[in-house]
Structures are given as structure tokens and as C-alpha cells.
Design a protein around this ligand. Structure first.
Ligand code: ATP
Length: 354
């Protein structure tokens, strides 16, 4: 087990990277604490798999270092890094039994059959494969095969981290839910560093204690699910997390006031004159807006009932503003105004939280 530190990491698949877009990873400085349950969350193409493959050693970064407990491992091969990696598609030996699949990494290490048996029995119980240990892997469902991959990842006792690269993509929705809860339980039981890559915010937020949000080859924020919800550091995080995501509205400075159109909007951010001339936006989540007697005048465009609440889409000078209100709130029919909860309304300068 180890702390994993990434310092000044950059990676390009191009031979001669020239533009920003040539870098799959632009600049990553990140520490994964020993025993943490992390999710690496971001849209397709943002660099998640590249980052994972650099940690496991499948890929050499163009720049920067990877350290396990302060020991640089850049030159250490994948098999010597003691990392278990579970991929999107289960990697199993179809001709072998479930038992032999689980035993394979241990036999490779030269363990006695007695020790192999002890460990395989224990892991099979954890991932619920005991009843099919003697079956051949070829006839099993995708879910059972992914459990084998998972078991193989857990079977070695000496593992620095377990990396999951979208492991539930090929699993049907019901089993997905079960496996996800199982992973969370396994983390509590085994206390190993786990990094779970996904583009699905629900998967990330239910699995992880800390979520690392990536986009454009960069880390935009690391935080607990609550931190990401309550105080997004970047407009992308605000918009990507939440359903619906944060409202991001262009604004301007007028003296010390922030204004949307001609209307002063108070925020929790400290405004300074240095912000003048930059791209300024106000971010506020739909949960922190309500109808009021005065405030920003809007028109109601659409109302969706989502069972326990209503999502109301309004419009101000062509900008959409969504709010979530209780299901029993009666919507105003004319003179519709919105007020924002000041403590939860933030100013963003060039997309970053002030
Ligand atoms: P996904 O969720 O779709 O797998 P990701 O977030 O894991 O996406 P990466 O697969 O790391 O993203 O890709 C990051 C960038 O690097 C993308 O622009 C991708 O097209 C590019 N890329 C990835 N692998 C290669 C490769 N082998 N050769 C060239 N470019 C690549």
C-alpha cells in the first residue's frame, strides 16, 4: 500500500505536440492518499484512461513523475508496481474454471497450492462466486465475468492500488447497482486505495469519498460529493454535477455590484475591480433559487414534475434559468421574479470561482 503522487504530469500521444489540444493531459499534480476511495469523473475524452494507464505503467508520460511513497516509479514496469487494474470489458481466461482464473495471479507469484486455495476461497466469498467456482468461465454472464475480473484484482494481498476503468459499462442496470454497492463495501473491508473511473456522476458520487473532476486534460476540482455540490470551483463542475446542473449566467460589474442585465445580484464571492474586463459569470444551483415578489423578472418556459419536486425552466433575456421547488408550490401566473440565495450564489471569473 502506498501514497501515490503525480507531479507535473503531462502527456501527448502526438510526436510533436504544438497546440493545447495536442495534450491528452495538460498538467496534473495530484496525490492519492493511501486507502482512499476515489472517483475520477469527467466526460469522454477528458483524459481519465490516460491518467489511469500512467499510474499502472501501461503508458509512459511525456513529462512528470509518478511516485509511490516518494519513490519514483516511472522506470518500474507495470507488473512490479503492484497495481490491480479492472477494465471496462472483463478480462478472463474462457477455457479456465472460475477457480483457476482467480488462482492465476497467485500461482504466477509461486504461492503453494494450499495458500492459493485459502486466498481463492476467501475472495470468492467476498465477490460472491463460491457457488460457481468449478464452472468454466466461457458460459458465464458478463456480470459474473466482471466479478471474476474484480476477484482477480483483489486476490493478491500486496497491492498498492486498485484501478477500475468504467467497470460496470457492460453490466445490466440491476446488477450494476448491486456491484456498485459491493465495491463500496469491499473498500470499507479491505481499506485499499481504489480509483474508480467513470463519466457517470451517480456512480462517482455513490462510490467515492473524494471525487476528482477532470475536463480538457486537467483536474478542475477534488472534493467530497457535498463540496462539489455546494461550492463548485469551476463552472464545468457546477454544470456537470447536479441534475439539473448549476445555472451559469453572464454578468457584469457595476462599481462593487454584480449585475445580470440591469439587476443587482448579491453573491457570496468577494468582488474586486481586478475582475473588470474578464469573462464574468454568476453560478447558482436550481436548488437555491425561489420565486419572490421582486428580484430578477423572468418568464416561465416549462415545468417538469419529477415526483417529489418540480423543475421550472424560466427565461431572462434569452438565458435559461432553472429552479427546483417543492411539488406543492403554486407557480406565480404573472409578474414572475426570482431571488437567489446569496450564500450559495458565486461569481466565476474566466470560469474559475472567485
Ligand atoms: P473515455 O471515457 O471515452 O475513455 P477518457 O476520459 O478516458 O475518455 P482518454 O481515453 O484518456 O479519455 O483520451 C484522452 C485524449 O487522448 C482523447 O482526445 C483521445 O482521443 C486521445 N487518445 C487516447 N488514446 C489515444 C491513443 N492511443 N492515440 C492517440 N490519441 C489517443
Amino acid at each position: 500500500m502506498a501514497n501515490i503522487k503525480l507531479e507535473g504530469l503531462r502527456h501527448s500521444y502526438a510526436d510533436n505536440p504544438k497546440n493545447d489540444e495536442d495534450w491528452a493531459l495538460k498538467q496534473i499534480d495530484l496525490e492519492w492518499e493511501d486507502g482512499g476511495a476515489y472517483a475520477l469523473l469527467g466526460p469522454s475524452g477528458c483524459g481519465k484512461t490516460t491518467l489511469l494507464n500512467i499510474i499502472s505503467g501501461l503508458l509512459q508520460p511525456s513529462h512528470g513523475s509518478i511516485k509511490f511513497d516518494d519513490l519514483e516509479v516511472n522506470q518500474i514496469s507495470t507488473d512490479k508496481r503492484d497495481i490491480a487494474q479492472i477494465f471496462q470489458f472483463p478480462v478472463v481466461y474462457d477455457t479456465m474454471s472460475v477457480y483457476d482464473n482467480l488462482a492465476f495471479p497467485l500461482r504466477n507469484l509461486g504461492l503453494s497450492e494450499e495458500k492459493v486455495n485459502e486466498r481463492v476461497t476467501e475472495i470468492a466469498q467476498l465477490v460472491e462466486l463460491t457457488s460457481i467456482l468449478t464452472s468454466r468461465a466461457s458460459g458465464l454472464t458478463a456480470g459474473d465475468k466482471q466479478k471474476i475480473s474484480l476477484g482477480r484484482g483483489l486476490v493478491r494481498t500486496k497491492v498498492n492500488a486498485i484501478l477500475f476503468d468504467e467497470p460496470l459499462t457492460v453490466i445490466d442496470p440491476h446488477l450494476k447497482w448491486q456491484l456498485r454497492s459491493k465495491l463500496k463495501k469491499l473498500h470499507k473491508l479491505l481499506n485499499r486505495t481504489m480509483i474508480y473511473v467513470t463519466h457517470d456522476q451517480i456512480e462517482a458520487l455513490t462510490f467515492a469519498d473524494k471525487v476528482v473532476v477532470m475536463n480538457f486534460g486537467e483536474v478542475l476540482q477534488i472534493g467530497t460529493p457535498v463540496e462539489l455540490f455546494e461550492k463548485p470551483k469551476h463552472t464545468f463542475v457546477g454544470h456537470f454535477i447536479g441534475s439539473p446542473g448549476m445555472n451559469i449566467l453572464p454578468c457584469k460589474l457595476d462599481g462593487d455590484n454584480t449585475k445580470i442585465g440591469q439587476y443587482i445580484i448579491e453573491t457570496a464571492s468577494q468582488v474586486t475591480q481586478n475582475h473588470k474586463g474578464k469573462n464574468l459569470e454568476i453560478g447558482v444551483r436550481p436548488e437555491f433559487i425561489k420565486f419572490s415578489d421582486d428580484g430578477l423578472p423572468v418568464s416561465i418556459v416549462k415545468v417538469s414534475n419529477v415526483g417529489h419536486a418540480q423543475i421550472v425552466e424560466t427565461s431572462f433575456e434569452g438565458h435559461k434559468i432553472k429552479l427546483i421547488i417543492d411539488e406543492d408550490v403554486v407557480l406565480p401566473s404573472n409578474n414572475v421574479h426570482l431571488s437567489f440565495n446569496k450564500e450559495k450564489t458565486y461569481l466565476y471569473v474566466d470560469s474559475w470561482l472567485v
